[in-house]
Ligand binder design. Structure first.
Ligand code: CDP
Ligand code: MG
Length: 737
């Protein structure tokens, strides 16, 4: 690439002998890649058939003069017609060739392991095949996905192929969003949702088949599900289990499921040449953007897929790309930059699957989700910085954080494979070959071995599984992690000193939230501020950002955010934002004026509605007291008392129980205020270990809300010393509003 770039650059330079153009700037900092190495095997002649074009006929579907029955009939016909158009695509997928033997294998064996490369059609086709031969008459066909986006987008695709609206025959079920009806026969769901459904349906009675998909990802919930479904299959002989994986080392799954047979779906894959950088890249975000442009300037047709670690990185890269390509449009083909990450709104997600217009090039900036969970057609170039975001948990201190780490060799190879679906492709790795060979681990460690298990243990205890040390885990978590989870649940009073579930614990398990948050919510009953804490939990339940910060209006956005600051801390700010939005009648304009993400707020409102509905079942009175900031904070602290840090003389913070240096995140309303004691929502590790989502609390509250956990001596030399007025009443930011 770099050679070609230089040549192109030279020509360009000759033509325009004036100031440096954006091209020159790109070429100046061109990333240098070393020799190619080709991977990927069974090369078959390309079958590049034109996909059928869906005829869009926006007839008078919405015309209210037409009777409903006729309108429905038209919609139905239109959906069926679109589905018919997709039949050819369906038949071109590798798995189609194996439809008959696959269905025979399912018929003959209760548990079947299916292995097939990403994009071979496992997720979208197998549930439909099962439906076609009648399994849906016995019960629903379920299919789990580790990620929400995958569950939603796959359901959308399958609904289209089936010819129905999402939520009718084909639907999805994810946390806080159940898009299924009683006519749903194919249900995609997150692994977390299936786990939760064991609370109500421990024998999975409503399903005839359950497909545990993306098993190779070994997410925490999938690993726990393995143990549960294996058990159910023993006493429900009529239940069919399919474990599907995109990687070849399926023996382990087979062994675990009592030597279940492995069914291989041979993939169709073109060779992918791998290019490494000659030297390590100091800033991979920059390097990614430059490589995208190098590809665009020098390579033939084909779309580009770039792997980032999260939403924030993706947004930064989008900004940088649009900056660098300014004024470039006229000479070069159009560059369509599309993001895909977990919290992207559905309509935006759908965009990445749309065909690229002729002459343009699509660049998809994705998180790990594009590694195996979703397949984007037409990708020919992959850019892999070699990182991913992983949660890590320290069982000694009980602290968990999300950190960016080098990905594994297995991940890097999966990523490269994405480039070879339609024709021979190229993968640009933004790290050196040496680093690949010597620094990357072979495989990702299963998530269960590096996660806080509090939530899962509470779940299992509620399902009635008491002996966790002997639970049939495929790879058992470290015993100290299990013990820590039990300790934490005990400190939260969810378990008694015998390790049995308490009434409080049972109530906590009802909420689809972390035990800490559930505890906060239940304790709010005591402080009579349930409504406020429900709102706070809903705002925390939105995984995307609430505030919006466009680069070019950064200062305005920061000021807008500061105007919402409330004394007490970030949770109060969240509450305030929601209340204000509610007062404007949920106004979109108001959101835009105040740099708030309307979408996130709407999601908070949805979550809020559902949490409010759950209150009755858990026998919580819907009390409200907006002005009792202390009560609200005590409620939060009742769940999050583990997460406290005190101010040191030098201005830094140290966690109270297991001394560890942390800092208040710069986006916190408490940043710069230096309260003596704070309780934080989570730790994030970037340049430092930051506490995100902070409230100021009083030492004596700790003794009040967590007597199991804190003794007076923990707070020695500290208790009572907080000057009056440092608490709820002070706070400069809030005064502005
Ligand atoms: O599960 P597996 O990776 O084997 O493949 P799949 O997800 O069933 O995808 C098969 C094909 O369906 C892809 O190659 C895409 O063409 C299409 N697909 C889509 O168009 N939209 C989606 N959301 C998912 C799949
Ligand atoms: Mg799949």
């Amino acid at each position: 690439v770099s050679k070609a770039v230089t040549k192109y650059g030279a020509q360009k330079g000759r033509k325009e002998n004036k100031e440096k153009t954006q091209y020159d700037l790109i070429l100046e900092d061109a990333v240098e890649f070393g020799e190619a190495e080709v991977v990927g095997g069974n090369f078959k002649a390309p079958t590049l058939e034109e996909g059928p074009k869906a005829e869009s006929s926006d007839e008078d579907e919405k015309d209210m003069n037409v009777p409903k029955a006729i309108r429905d009939e038209r919609v139905f016909k239109k959906l069926k017609k679109e589905a018919d158009n997709l039949q050819k695509d369906r038949k071109s997928l590798p798995v189609y060739l194996y439809k008959a033997p696959l269905l025979e294998a399912v018929r003959d064996y209760q548990v079947l392991i299916i292995v097939g490369e990403t994009g071979s059609g496992k997720t979208t086709q197998i549930p439909q095949y099962l439906h076609e031969v009648g399994y849906s008459k016995i019960g629903k066909i379920g299919c789990t996905q580790p990620r929400r986006v995958a569950a939603m987008s796959v359901a959308a695709r399958v609904a289209k192929e089936y010819g129905c609206k999402v939520g009718h025959e084909v639907g999805y079920n994810i946390r806080f969003e159940d898009c299924t009806t009683d006519r749903t026969i194919i249900e995609y769901m997150t692994d977390g949702m299936l786990l939760r459904s064991f609370l109500n349906e421990p024998d999975m009675a409503s399903y005839s088949v359950m497909m545990i998909d993306e098993a190779h990802e070994r997410t925490l919930h999938t690993d726990v599900l393995f143990g549960l479904v294996k058990d159910v299959a023993r006493f429900r002989q009529d239940l069919k289990l399919i474990i599907s994986s995109a990687t070849l080392d399926a023996e382990k799954f087979s062994e675990y499921f009592d030597n279940a047979p492995i069914f291989n779906v041979p993939g169709r894959r073109f060779p992918v040449s791998i290019h490494y950088t000659k030297a390590p890249e100091a800033n991979y975000l920059d390097a990614c953007v430059i490589t995208v442009l190098q590809i665009h300037l020098t390579q033939g047709p084909g779309d580009v897929l770039v792997f980032f670690t999260g939403q924030q990185e993706i947004e930064e890269a989008m900004d940088l790309l649009s900056f660098k390509t300014r004024g470039m449009g006229t000479t070069m083909g159009e560059l369509l930059v599309l993001p895909i990450y977990a919290n992207l709104p559905t309509d935006m997600q759908a965009k990445i699957f749309e065909a690229t217009p002729p002459g343009a090039r699509k660049v998809v900036l994705a998180t790990n989700i594009a590694e195996t969970s979703i397949t984007i057609d037409n990708i020919v170039f992959v850019i892999d910085p070699g990182f991913c975001k992983q949660n890590s948990f320290n069982p000694r201190t009980g602290m968990e954080s999300l950190i960016v780490v080098p990905c594994s060799k297995a991940s890097a190879n999966q990523r490269a494979g994405r480039a070879g679906r339609v024709k021979p492709g190229k993968c640009f790795r933004l790290f050196t070959k040496w680093s690949y060979e010597h620094e990357l681990d072979d495989d990702n460690a299963p998530e269960i071995q590096r996660s806080n298990l509090g939530h899962v243990v509470l779940m299992l205890k509620s399902i009635g599984i008491d002996d966790l040390l002997h639970f049939d885990f495929m790879d058992p978590p470290p015993p100290e992690t299990l013990i820590k989870a039990l300790e934490q649940l005990y400190a939260l009073s969810a378990l008694n000193d015998q390790g049995d579930l308490t009434k409080l614990g049972r109530r906590m398990a009802e909420f689809p939230m972390d035990p800490q948050q559930s505890k906060s919510l239940i304790q709010a009953d005591k402080y009579k501020c349930v409504d406020e804490v429900v709102t706070i939990c809903s705002m925390l339940g939105v995984d995307g950002a609430i505030f919006y910060r466009p680069k070019d209006k950064g200062l305005h956005a920061d000021n807008a955010r500061k105007n919402f600051h409330k004394p007490g801390g970030d949770h109060m700010t969240m509450l305030h934002v929601y209340k204000q939005w509610e007062e404007t009648g949920f106004s979109l304009n108001w959101c835009m004026e105040n740099y708030l993400q309307n979408r996130s707020l709407k999601r908070a409102r949805d979550i809020r509605e559902q949490l409010v509905d759950m209150l009755e079942k858990v026998e919580i009175e819907h009390s409200s007291n907006v002005n009792d900031v202390d009560g609200q904070r005590k409620s939060i602290l009742s769940g999050f008392f583990y997460n406290t840090a005190r101010l040191r003389k030098d201005g830094s913070y140290v966690t109270v129980k297991h001394p560890h240096t942390v800092e208040i995140h710069p986006t916190s309303s408490l940043f710069g205020q230096q309260p003596r004691l704070v309780c934080y929502h989570e730790l994030v590790l970037t340049t430092k270990e930051f506490m995100r989502g902070c409230i100021e609390v009083k030492p004596e509250w700790l003794l009040e809300v967590a007597p199991h956990f804190y003794q007076s001596k923990d707070l020695d030399g500290f208790k009572g010393k907080m000057p009056k007025g440092q608490g709820a009443a002070s706070g400069g930011f809030g005064a502005a509003k």
